[in-house]
Write a protein that binds this ligand. Structure first.
Ligand code: G6P
Length: 371
């Protein structure tokens, strides 16, 4: 009923709007007496100190959350992080031992490939930490430790609030590792946590642009294809934006690392093709920002219709944007928490305009319990 959907036409929009709460609930209780605590963990500080390599394994949107996490964990902890699709991980011969930390991300906690990957990792004596949104699900039951995301039940088949909560949970793992390993001072950890705590408010501010993004979605509903470009953490955001559009609008969509443009994707650019570009912060990440601006000018010169997601203080990129979607200016590593939101809304609205069921896209299941 409309009441269950909080007055919305579909659950997905309700769940998009619940994201600030999902983040606040996932952070709650994890910073106590000046320290990050992963209180649901069965992993000691010594265990975290022993880690010499991290694997993140997941499927679908959860995999994209892992790709985002890699940037933060490597930067904060100086540990190599590999992110891998669960379905690939388990069928090769990954190098694991007892000092390997495997982070298995799953909203449902029941995804067959992720579960099998967890079993494989434990057989190789790696330690497995599950990040899961569903209490008592199979993946957390079979893991050494679990950190729950508290996004609440997610009904829409395409993940939204669970995805943002997974990023935050991964960041808590990264900060716990940095704290135990001493790669960050306690005051730096405290500062990072405070930045995370400011994110629910930042996401609320992005939500004020929902109606404008929906209007743009209606304009794009007849497009044949949409490309998504990003760099750094904007790259996995581009992948997630493209996945959302495929899942919901059945539209051909691809996410690319903007630096790869010249190695193929630029050949796809033609007059009027919508290209979504996820800009990094101009202040925080000026080098990458400049590179992306030059990528946009190249695609614009070839007639693409540029849809630019940029920080509200970004005056440089304005002239290159046929459509500008502004997001709050936040530190680069936290940007996916705000830049993903308009991409979710865009996909949902394009799907709705095309007459599709946003909550139950064809051929897809909320949790894939068979291989
Ligand atoms: C399905 C869902 C996606 C989800 C993926 C992984 O494909 O439609 O939204 O990201 O499964 O699910 P999990 O529950 O393991 O996070």
């Amino acid at each position: 009923s409309a009441a269950e959907k909080g007055g919305h036409e579909y659950f997905m929009l309700k769940e998009i709007e619940e994201q600030p709460e999902a983040l606040a609930n996932t952070l709650r209780g994890h910073f106590v007496n000046g320290r990050i605590v992963l209180d649901e963990q069965r992993m000691s500080d010594q265990d975290l100190r022993d880690v010499d390599k991290v694997f993140v394994i997941a499927c679908g949107s959860s995999y994209h959350a892992g790709l985002v996490a890699k940037y933060a964990i490597e930067h904060w902890c100086r540990l190599p992080v590999e992110v891998e699709l669960a379905s690939e991980f388990r069928y090769r011969d990954p190098v694991l031992d007892r000092d390997t930390l495997v982070v298995a991300i799953s909203q449902s906690g029941e995804t067959a490939d992720t579960l099998e990957a967890v079993r494989h990792a434990r057989e190789q004596k790696a330690r497995v930490l599950a990040i899961c949104n569903t209490n008592g699900a199979q993946i957390p039951r079979e893991s050494d430790a679990v950190l729950y995301t508290h996004a609440g039940p997610e009904i829409g088949v395409a993940s939204t609030k669970a995805f943002l909560a997974q990023i935050v949970a991964n960041y808590l793992v990264g900060l716990a590792l940095a704290q135990a390993r001493g790669t960050k001072y306690p005051d730096e950890v405290a500062r990072e946590f405070a930045e995370l705590e400011a994110m629910p408010e930042a996401v609320s501010r992005v939500l004020t642009t929902v109606e404008r993004v929906r209007a743009l979605g209606r304009e794009l509903a007849d497009s044949k294809a949409v490309l998504f470009l990003g760099r750094h953490v904007g790259f996995p955001v581009a992948l997630e934006g493209a996945l959302k559009l495929k899942e919901l609008a059945y539209m051909h969509a691809e996410g690319f690392a903007a630096g790869e443009l010249k190695h193929g994707p630029i050949a796809l650019i033609e007059e009027g093709l919508p290209v979504v570009v996820v800009m990094p912060s101009p202040k925080d990440n000026p080098v990458v920002h400049t590179k992306l601006v030059s990528n946009i000018s190249e695609i614009q010169a070839r007639g693409a219709r540029t849809i630019v997601i940029a920080s509200e203080n970004d005056d440089i990129v304005r002239p290159f944007a046929d459509h500008l979607i502004e997001i709050p200016a936040v530190p680069t590593l936290l940007q996916p928490l705000v830049s993903t939101v308009p991409l979710q809304v865009l996909a949902a609205e394009i799907a709705r305009s095309r007459g599709y069921d946003v909550d139950k896209p064809r051929n897809l299941a909320k949790s894939v319990t068979v291989e």
